[in-house]
Design a protein around this ligand. Structure first.
Ligand code: BT5
Length: 324
């Protein structure tokens, strides 16, 4: 974060127990002392607790819970993911902005995040309900070097990261419904939308969209979602600070993504199956207008769904209509 405010926060946060004088800050930032003071006022507006002591200077005494580029960057423990970040209060869809930014050359790992989406979208142009301030609505721009046919594996990778973080951070037992839904108690907590821009066997970029219901109460979902949607608050009975949850998701994703790039899909497959929804159970599948029952066995080495029909024959499905 190379803005003056970003640098100011960085300097202050590197000296948590120490006052830094206006003079020193103005020298380090190459701005006037009144400008330092003006930035401090802006930080306070952003929710930072700033203590100013005569003749000693300034220090940050607490950090705001609200999401902004500044608050998210402070303490973000990643090398590349979210190091470039755009936060907006309200957008149509973070996917849309991410595509625009990617086409303008945004770096691998750029994050677009919003408090609210007015036209959040799911797969196949379905709608994604993205209420203001209560959830995490974000899109990452990735520029992987692997072949385009591997891009669906990114969806499964993201699902395992979400499940892993929800379990560790919030103490719940999430399940992943193939390929992209994170459920608890059969209700949808989070969805993933992976969009690919590729040419001649080369990925130009991937926009990975993640939507998570965090602090919604059950009566805050629209009527048509009430029976099928849930939130971390509904599942745990407590509110969750968005900032630290996002930071945890980003650092875990970065780590798992690098493992995936270096070691391939194997480690993702094992983790995915540990969270897999209805593994070992029968579901009804429709393919070519034919309905049949099959046992969910797990996923293949490339992320496809592996099932066994009632005659004992195994099938590998890349897309299917499934009655779960
Ligand atoms: C998804 O699609 O689950 C992908 C959702 C991706 C959302 C993120 S938010 C950030 C980024 N920007 C965007 O505009 N999108 C991404 P799909 O599997 O097609 O599921 C969509 C279906 O989930 C809808 O048809 C509803 O039935 C249900 N749904 C919609 N909003 C929901 C919500 N908030 N919680 C749970 N279920 C929801």
């Amino acid at each position: 974060m190379e803005t003056t405010r970003g640098k100011l926060i960085e300097i202050l946060s590197n000296h948590p127990d120490q006052y830094l004088s206006g003079q020193k800050l103005s020298e380090q930032l190459n701005i006037s002392r009144p400008a330092v003071w003006k930035h401090m006022k802006e930080l306070e507006k952003d929710g930072y607790g700033i203590e100013a002591a005569p003749r000693k200077g300034y220090k940050i005494v607490n950090y705001p819970d609200k999401v902004s580029e500044n608050t998210l960057s402070w303490g973000l423990n990643t090398a590349w993911l979210g190091q470039e970040m755009i936060h907006k209060q309200s957008v149509t869809s973070t996917q849309l902005i991410a595509h625009q930014e990617a086409q303008l050359g945004a770096a691998h790992g750029t994050l677009i995040i919003a408090d609210e989406q007015t036209r959040g979208r799911g797969r196949l142009n379905r709608t994604w309900h993205s209420q203001k301030g209560d959830g995490i609505w974000m899109s990452m721009i990735l520029r992987p070097k692997f072949e385009p046919h591997k891009s669906p594996q990114i969806t499964l990778l993201a699902a395992t990261v979400l499940a892993e973080v929800f379990k560790k951070h919030c103490g719940i037992a999430p399940q992943i419904k193939w390929p992209n839904d994170i459920l608890t108690e059969g209700k949808k907590l989070s969805g993933i939308l992976t969009e690919l821009q590729a040419e001649h066997d080369q990925i130009n970029y991937i926009v990975l969209g993640i939507g998570i219901n965090v602090n919604h109460s059950s009566d805050q979902f629209p009527e048509d979602l009430k029976d099928q949607a849930t939130s971390l608050k509904v599942e745990t009975g407590q509110e969750w600070e968005l900032k630290s949850l996002i930071q945890n998701l980003l650092s875990t994703f970065e780590k798992r993504y690098e493992e995936f790039v270096e070691e391939g899909f194997r480690s993702v497959k094992l983790r995915w199956e540990a969270f897999g929804y209805r593994i070992g159970e029968y579901v009804t599948i429709t393919t070519h207008q034919h309905e049949w029952n099959a046992l969910i066995m797990g996923i293949e080495h490339d992320g496809a769904l592996k099932v066994r029909d009632e005659d004992g024959k195994e099938h590998v499905l890349y897309s299917a209509e499934i009655k779960w």
